[in-house]
Write a protein that binds this ligand. Structure first.
Ligand SMILES: [Zn+2]
Length: 432
């Protein structure tokens, strides 16, 4: 029998034999309530992962992101990086998973931190996003190490903090420390829940800004003696409706973004605050009669690979300048808050081609290439780490992320585990 086929069969057997282990591992991870914010139990989950992977032959590094946004002695941002070296020189394949989960929310019928197994599904907050993917990558590596001890290169598995809140205390920190330098790591797979037969190549860009319009305070009975900042903001929104939103709808991308609606440029008005602060619920009086002298709006603009951030900024500046040219006493400030450039790994990159073939071999389907509407930790790996051979691939249904009764299917996890293990065979020169 062809050696590669033989190895594939042995891997499938080794992974199927670990079914109970995969379930138990996922359950253990779900039972550590790593809710972020505030970022609880990071040390506990990193120690759990460290102990597990040390027993499997990995060297363990625990990294606290001291000084990163969100890090404090009460809520330390712990990360774990595990690495195992092969017997020969070669590439390093890194599996990166975030350990944090979002808040529970309402309407659960399962214990969100119980890890209950029912009808082949494991339920819990973070089951699909993304503790199921983390467990799959661990089982894939362990099965690979058993079947293919004579490999070239290295495998790394990291569990990182704060992805749900921007990743600054997690992957961004590790990337700044050099953990994702191209000399150290050559292939990155992020097991986010993109569905087991899809490969996510990257994400759209983000630009957040705050617009403030100014007025002049006066008595509310004589608004003509003041100048209403909220009406000025109303004019800004009207101009956006008339010109900007139609223009954004025209911009279509060749990136395979899912869902369909995100194939165009989008802009969400995140919030507007004008005039007096909202009165507390227990306050029974009336507001005072004043003309608002300030109105602030936060915008969340998502842009395409075909756009550049300078044009994105100029469009907003144009809206404001147009309004200014038409309205007397229109004054404003535009403050940038946050930005992420769009990123997309090329389809012919080695990690894409390898995982693609593995999906075809394991599941007999041609994988779909997708791009995420929102960002995830790939942004830090691409920008700070300068590593562009990176994808998201993992089990779980994307639509279940952050929802009540989130679950991950055991059979889906097993399939993804086989895809990951088989990718290791190709990338770490086994049998060649
Ligand atoms: Zn996630």
């Amino acid at each position: 029998m062809d050696q590669v086929v033989q190895i594939a069969d042995q891997l499938n057997e080794a992974i199927d034999a670990r079914r109970d282990d995969l379930i138990a591992l996922t359950q253990d991870l779900l039972r550590i309530p790593t809710i972020n914010p505030p970022g609880d139990h990071y040390l506990e989950i990193c120690e759990y992962l460290g102990k597990r992977l040390k027993a499997s032959g990995f060297e363990i590094e625990m990294v606290r992101a001291v000084g990163a946004v969100g890090d404090s002695d009460r809520y330390p941002r712990w990360n774990v990086v595990a690495r195992v070296e092969g017997r020969h020189k070669g590439d390093c394949v890194h599996f990166n998973s975030h350990t944090d989960v979002v808040e529970v929310g309402r309407d659960w019928t399962f214990d969100p931190f119980g890890g209950e197994l029912k009808d082949g599904k494991i339920y819990g907050r973070g089951a699909c996003d993304m503790k199921g993917g983390l467990a799959a990558s661990i089982i894939a590596a362990e099965a690979f190490l058993e079947v293919c001890p004579d490999f070239a290169g290295a495998i790394e598995i990291s569990g990182t903090a704060d992805e749900e809140s921007g990743g600054l205390g997690g992957v961004a920190h590790l990337a700044e420390m050099g953990f994702f330098d191209p000399e150290r790591v050559q292939h990155v797979i992020i097991p986010e829940p993109l569905n087991k037969d899809r490969i996510c190549l990257g994400h759209r860009g983000v630009w957040w800004a705050e617009i403030e319009t100014y007025g002049e305070i006066a008595h509310g009975s004589m608004p003509f003696l003041g100048d209403c900042a909220v009406r000025h903001m109303g004019a800004v929104i009207q101009e956006m409706e008339n010109t900007l939103y139609p223009a954004l709808a025209e911009k279509r991308t060749d990136m395979p973004v899912v869902p369909e609606g995100a194939k165009q440029s989008t802009m969400n008005i995140n919030s507007i605050h004008g005039g007096q602060y909202e009165l507390p619920d227990d306050f029974t009086g009336l507001p005072s009669a004043t003309v608002p002298d300030s109105c602030r709006m936060i915008i969340d603009r998502r842009y395409l690979l075909e756009e550049n951030v300078d044009d994105v900024k100029r469009e907003i500046a144009d809206v404001l300048e147009t309004v200014k040219s038409r309205r007397q006493d229109f004054r404003y400030d535009l403050r940038e808050m946050h930005g992420v450039i769009p990123t997309m790994t090329e389809k012919d990159a080695p990690v894409v081609q390898t995982v693609s073939s593995a999906i075809e071999e394991v599941m007999g389907v041609t994988p779909e290439y997708v791009v995420s509407p929102g960002t995830y930790d790939q942004k830090h790996i691409a920008r700070i780490g300068r590593l562009h051979n990176c994808i998201a691939y993992g089990p779980g249904i994307l639509d279940l992320a952050h929802k009540p009764d989130e679950y991950v299917g055991v059979d889906d996890m097993l399939d993804s585990t086989k895809v990951m293990a088989r990718s290791l065979v190709s990338l770490l020169s086994v049998g060649s």
